[in-house]
Ligand binder design. Structure first.
Ligand code: ADQ
Length: 489
């Protein structure tokens, strides 16, 4: 009975994202192994406990047969996940094509694909058609599981067409949409052939959220300049219908990181790392291997630092942990080889028989190893060329209560707006500036480190993922009540 009351008090939240928070691996005709997958959105939403959450999304595998689909649906239900099944062709056109080849680079200011204009234009249309079709498939699954009173929260650039599809199926559905990447300047967005259709679809949502005020402003400008609609301090108005647009900066589940540092296995990892790198300062980069993360720029800046500061050569080490993503995309394969080539060259140049300046790992670390690494780090380097927020910088700060290490942070990461006062802000394109910031960070006096860390630690522990989700959903609920009142007047 107690459990029922507890359940009844929680609102159901349908989180719709391209990927479910688990990856599925087929073990047999009707058996599946599920594993939690790495990524910013997953990290943030795992910390959300106020709602009765259901995830709706693609499991990341092609399941052609009914037996497999049924078994996977059952296995996922235990994790409160509901699958959307996408076939290989759709995934190729929608996910690899329109999402990753067009929207992702465009939203990070890397422009539209240049290669063969005609081919691009032709494939552009088929990729956009697949994108819309995939969004319709997501909408069907959401509609099937929706119950009155639920809140539907759509995530990211993969699902910009979803708010419109959902409202067409049920105009009473409460729909919010949140973008995890930057929303670029309207001058960039207007180059996109499907620019208006996407904007109009997002505007079908009741609430539209971004990480920063700047991204929200860019979105409103795109709606006013491209669609000719009216921007108001509240959002965008179209024929009397207001879509609320606001900034909701994401955070992390900071307690989870802080608590983990007390665990014996994390302490053991820390001890090993301290012994391994005794007598050297540890610098750390943790990124998905993606062109937006500025990994080559980071490593080149480190090289410049070593070049200009021979005394530091055997006193500092850079650990770069890069999880490969989108490994079937040629540009990502090129990036991997480029990074390997630069690391090899620098290690050849500055390494000795017993030590190398850069340790580069092409893989994901488990949570405990990651926490240990954050905790023993002296200087973290985040050099994103553009980044919606960047949670790695938050995670580093959460694990630094005793060491009070320095964060070097790109001014092009959304996190620069929240952690800017405690971090050393850099332009990652300016290798000379980054190199001298590395020197400044390594030599920073303890009292300055303490002050800077204190500022960021307070921010990270008070602006958590739980608070982020609760604020977004409560604003979405309020937005709908306000809209109902307006219509009654
Ligand atoms: P991402 O681009 O994935 O997220 P980020 O915010 O840094 O970037 O989150 C990465 C997450 O993956 C972190 O939780 C980190 O711990 C984990 N991770 C990265 N490399 C790892 C490794 N080698 N081993 C283990 N874990 C690793 C997108 C946007 C961001 C935005 C988030 C959330 O691109 O700008 O901050 O969504 O909105």
């Amino acid at each position: 009975c107690e459990r029922q009351d507890f359940r009844a008090s929680k609102q159901r939240l349908l989180v719709v994202a391209n990927r479910l928070p688990v990856s599925a691996l087929r073990r047999g005709k009707d058996s599946w192994q599920l594993e939690i997958s790495v990524g910013g959105l997953v990290s943030a939403l795992l910390g959300v406990k106020e709602f009765e959450t259901r995830w709706i999304g693609w499991a990341g595998v092609n399941v052609p047969d009914e037996i497999g689909k049924e078994a996977l649906t059952k296995a996922l239900a235990e994790k409160r996940c509901i699958p959307v099944f996408l076939d290989e062709e759709i995934v190729h056109q929608y996910y690899n094509g329109y999402c990753n080849n067009i929207l992702w680079p465009l939203f990070h200011y890397l422009g539209l694909p240049q290669e063969d204009r005609l081919a691009t234009t032709r494939s552009f249309q088929s990729q956009f058609d697949a994108y819309k079709k995939a969004n319709q498939m997501f909408a069907d699954v959401v509609n099937e599981h929706y119950e009155e009173g639920d809140v539907v929260w759509c995530h990211d650039y993969h699902l910009m067409f979803l708010p419109k599809c959902l409202k067409e199926r049920n105009s009473k559905m409460k729909v919010g949409w949140f973008l995890h990447t930057p929303f670029p300047s309207s001058e960039i967005h207007r180059t996109l052939p499907s620019r208006s259709e996407l904007l109009r679809s997002v505007l079908a949502a009741d609430l539209v959220g971004f990480h920063t005020y700047d991204y929200a402003r860019h979105f409103v400008s795109a709606c006013t300049r491209i669609l000719g609609l009216e921007g108001t301090p509240e959002g965008v108005e179209d024929q009397g219908k207001l879509t609320r647009v606001a900034a909701f900066p994401i955070g992390i589940d900071s307690d989870r990181f802080i608590r983990a540092l007390e665990l014996p296995q994390v302490q053991d990892h820390m001890k090993e790392l301290k012994e391994r790198f005794a007598g050297r300062k540890v610098m750390l980069g943790v990124d998905r291997l993606d062109m937006i993360k500025g990994i080559p720029q980071k490593i080149l800046a480190f090289e410049k630092f070593l070049e200009e500061n021979p005394d530091w050569r055997d006193k500092v080490v850079l650990l770069q942990i890069a999880v490969p993503t989108r490994t079937d995309v040629p540009e990502y394969q090129k990036l991997t080889s480029q990074v390997h080539e630069i690391v090899g060259r620098i290690n050849g140049r500055f390494g000795t028989l017993t030590a190398v300046p850069i340790h580069h790992l092409d893989r994901s670390l488990d949570f405990h190893a990651l926490c240990a690494l954050y905790a023993v780090t002296d200087v973290a380097l985040v050099t994103s060329l553009r980044d919606g927020m960047n949670l790695v910088s938050y995670e580093f700060v959460a694990c630094q209560a005793s060491k009070k290490g320095v964060l070097i942070l790109s001014e092009f990461a959304g996190a620069a707006q929240s952690l800017g006062a405690g971090a050393i802000l850099i332009n990652p394109w300016n290798v000379t500036e980054v190199a001298s910031s590395i020197g400044y960070a390594l030599n920073m006096p303890a009292d300055e480190r303490e002050k800077r860390h204190h500022h960021n630690f307070i921010h990270v522990t008070t602006h958590t993922s739980q608070e982020w989700a609760a604020t977004f959903v409560s604003e979405l609920n309020d937005t709908i009540v306000e809209a109902q009142l307006r219509t009654r007047q």
